[in-house]
Ligand binder design. Structure first.
Ligand code: AMP
Length: 366
């Protein structure tokens, strides 16, 4: 018997976005007998290569969106900058999971930080900056170093400008094109960690162990699970994530990126969590779960949005995931020959610098 409200095998999941995240969602869905229909801008995108169907159109093409909605049973996204109007158009026709509230609270860094603070969750100090005058005023309060970020459309360090001693605030604002910005105080973190977790329509919750992330040139390079941190701090990171998911009445997989801040106070180590940002989707820091956990983040997302029971997030050992960026992908023959290396390649034709081409995961016994 199908659980109440669940989509049966043979149903179709519509995915907005055609990148590698959509590709890995489609592969996981296929294993469960579900079909995926991708909505992408180009026919050769990574997800289109493995999906049952694809619509190639832009976000504002209402005729294409209506046909797509007719062809699918539930809509999800692998890209959080889906325009609000596109999500609303689809939500009037089919369930969109996670719901539009998740997009509203995470597309704009200022709205996101206000939302987090409203839940009593620690963030970097911040201020809205709409012009160079506001920047000059707030830099005095927040102090340097600080980071000026565009409120919208930033990723992999794009749309950011570090303000150190002596840097010119006017130039910082101009460098970001005069777009509405947020000024953030610099968090002196020990490491960056994230929690990848899922919530189902009935409110059930499952989280993977906290993992730690190293970036190179602002792009995620390596994720290790579990993260080095005190068990109480890991529990706090889980609790923060759970509160965020409940507040958004969230359905699907989310990633919460956090800073682990550590101090010595009277000879004792104290740790705390400061949330950096929320990704309302499957996330690069969860790729380790494909080979390193009992249920991958992609399967978990499919289970959640289809109303299936959530799978076990248990880790299979100590896990390290490395991204293959640009030319790294040319090492595939050596990686393919390495025992115990799980190689994933995304089907991208051109290995441009900075482009995520694939990843490799290694699992060792705990
Ligand atoms: P974001 O796009 O906000 O994830 O920022 C990209 C990277 O910049 C983060 O992963 C951090 O390494 C760094 N970063 C961003 N915001 C801050 C901050 N307020 N303090 C310190 N480092 C930051």
């Amino acid at each position: 018997m199908t659980p109440e409200g669940a989509l049966a095998p043979g149903s179709t999941i519509g995915v907005l976005g055609g990148g590698q995240l959509g590709r890995m969602i489609a592969l996981a869905a296929a294993r469960l007998g579900l079909k995926v229909h991708i909505y992408a801008h180009q026919a050769d995108e990574p997800a289109c290569q493995v999906a049952a169907a694809a619509t190639v159109a832009d976000w504002t093409d209402e005729a294409a969106l209506a046909r797509f909605a007719d062809a699918v049973d539930v809509v999800t996204y692998e890209f959080e900058n889906v325009p609000a109007a596109t999500a609303a158009f689809l939500a009037a026709r089919k369930p969109v999971r996670p719901g539009p509230l998740a997009l509203e609270k995470t597309q704009d860094r200022l709205v996101e930080k206000d939302f987090l603070r409203g839940l009593g969750i620690d963030t970097a100090p911040y201020a809205a900056v709409d012009d160079a005058g506001a920047l000059a005023r707030h830099i005095g309060q927040i102090g340097r170093p600080a980071i000026l970020k565009t409120r919208r459309f930033g990723y992999d360090g794009k749309g950011q400008f570090a303000l150190r001693d002596g840097s010119d605030v006017g130039a910082a604002f101009r460098a970001l094109g005069g777009a509405p910005c947020i000024l953030e105080g610099f968090v002196d973190f020990e490491r960056e960690v994230s929690v990848v977790a899922a919530r189902a329509p009935d409110g059930s919750f499952a989280a993977y162990d906290v993992c730690e992330n190293e970036h190179e040139n602002h792009i995620l390079a390596t994720t290790r699970a579990p993260a080095h941190m005190a068990p109480e701090t890991a529990a706090e990171a889980m609790d923060i994530t759970h509160r965020i998911l409940d507040a958004l009445d969230y359905v699907g997989v989310i990633a919460v990126e956090m800073f682990l801040v550590a101090h010595e106070i009277e000879g004792r180590r104290r740790e705390k969590i400061v949330v950096n940002e929320i990704a309302p989707r499957v996330h690069n820091s969860g790729h380790w779960t494909i080979d390193g956990a009992e249920t991958s983040q992609f399967e978990q997302h499919v289970r959640a949005i289809c109303g299936w029971p959530l799978g076990s997030p248990k880790r299979r050992g100590r896990v390290e995931m490395r991204n293959l960026i640009g030319d790294d992908a040319h090492r595939w023959p050596q990686l393919a020959a390495e025992a115990g290396a799980y190689v994933h390649l995304y089907g991208k034709a051109e290995a441009r610098a900075g482009r995520k081409m694939g990843h490799v995961t290694r699992v060792t016994r705990d």
